[in-house]
Write a protein that binds this ligand. Structure first.
Ligand code: SF4
Ligand code: FES
Length: 348
């Protein structure tokens, strides 16, 4: 099937979603995601961050779809034409969704362990959502202790359902869920029981915000001060491939390696994540590159640097040539080129 997204045409198999097709193309046309997770089944369709405009339904039915569509759960049709970053409507809607997600989300990035690698923080920067019009009181929840490894902060939860999918698909049984509906929704009271199994730590990695964070690394450092390294170890429960976040030879945190979309490349077991914080337990393969633009890797040297242009008159920086001539010292005469500039400026 042929689909065109932001002017780029690609052939894909039947059953491919618009989001997957956009990821195959890559670049700016890839919509942001907060609930979809390619490594887990039945994700997506919850947050509406990935909205796109379908300007042509298909070859057989070329009518545009009147409403914006969530790209992560919309299947491609042959001949479909989609506008993603090029659609003013979609971009505006994504910004509105970001503002909506931030309504009840506390703006506690300065003390949140997820800061720097938070998908919501990145989304807010990406959509330039810097201000909120919400003046009412934010919904808050009592703290809940869910065991020694994972810290739950329900106030930050955006009800993306990813951690439920981890519990469903990676652990023997799910013992937590989303209680209530609408703005009363909250992530369960039974999450405590989900901690007693070997893969529960992956909830930390899939959580797009700071609702689930690693208790063993909590409040110890900002993530951008630690250096990530690819490492592996022989493990009987998982592949044993992880990322070590280190200060010198000290391991600050162990997480699953993540791809360009900030999704785990492989899930890791709790033993690798929480019990092996000694560098001698691991074979270090080398430093890990930052894969995507995020708050964590702003200004890092692996990103292509944009040329900065100052939209101001050059004069305040350099001074006018004729003024410089007046104060110039005889020991430092003007060059031929500067003399020409002065002459030109005088003539003007
Ligand atoms: S706790 Fe995190 S992963 Fe779970 S639903 Fe809330 S935001 Fe999503
Ligand atoms: S990523 Fe598509 S609806 Fe959330």
């Amino acid at each position: 099937m042929k689909v065109t997204i932001d002017g780029h045409t690609i052939e894909v198999d039947a059953g491919t979603t618009v989001l997957q097709a956009a990821r195959m193309i890559g670049g700016e046309c890839v919509p942001p995601t907060m609930c979809y997770y390619s490594k887990l089944k039945q994700t997506g369709g919850k947050c509406r961050c990935c909205l796109v405009e379908v300007s042509k339904g298909s070859e057989n039915d070329p009518r545009p779809m009147p409403k914006l569509q969530p790209s992560c759960i919309t299947n491609v049709q042959d001949g479909m034409e989609v506008k993603s970053a090029s659609s003013e409507r979609a971009v505006k809607a994504r910004k509105a969704i970001t503002e909506l997600l931030l309504i009840n989300h506390p703006l506690d990035c300065p003390v949140c362990d997820q800061a720097g690698e938070c998908d919501l923080q990145d989304l807010a920067y990406q959509t330039k959502t810097y201000k909120s019009r919400f003046t009412e009181e934010k919904e808050t929840y009592e703290p809940e202790d869910i065991g020694p490894y994972i810290s739950l902060n329900k106030n930050r939860c955006i009800i993306c359902y990813r951690c439920l999918r981890v519990a469903d698909q990676l652990t023997p049984e799910r013992v937590h869920g989303v209680m209530n509906r609408g703005d009363h929704s909250e992530i369960s009271t039974y999450i405590k029981g989900a901690i007693d199994n070997d893969f529960s730590g992956n909830m930390i990695d899939v959580c797009p915000v700071g609702a689930l964070t690693d208790k063993t690394a909590r409040f110890q450092s900002r993530i951008w001060f630690a250096k990530p390294f690819n490492a592996h170890r022989g493990c009987s429960k998982c592949e044993g491939k992880a990322v070590l976040w280190m200060f010198g030879s000290e391991i600050y945190r162990v997480s699953a390696p993540k791809d360009a979309y900030h999704e785990a490349e492989n899930f890791i077991c709790n033993e690798c994540r929480f019990d092996h914080k000694n560098a001698n337990d691991w074979t270090i393969d080398g430093p890990r590159k930052f894969e995507r633009l995020s708050v964590n890797n702003v200004n890092n040297y692996t990103e292509k640097l944009n040329k900065v242009q100052f939209n101001i008159d050059e004069l305040p920086l350099q001074g006018r040539p004729q003024d410089r001539e007046k104060i110039s010292m005889p020991d430092f005469p003007f060059t031929e080129c500067e003399k020409k500039q002065i002459k030109k400026a005088d003539e003007e």
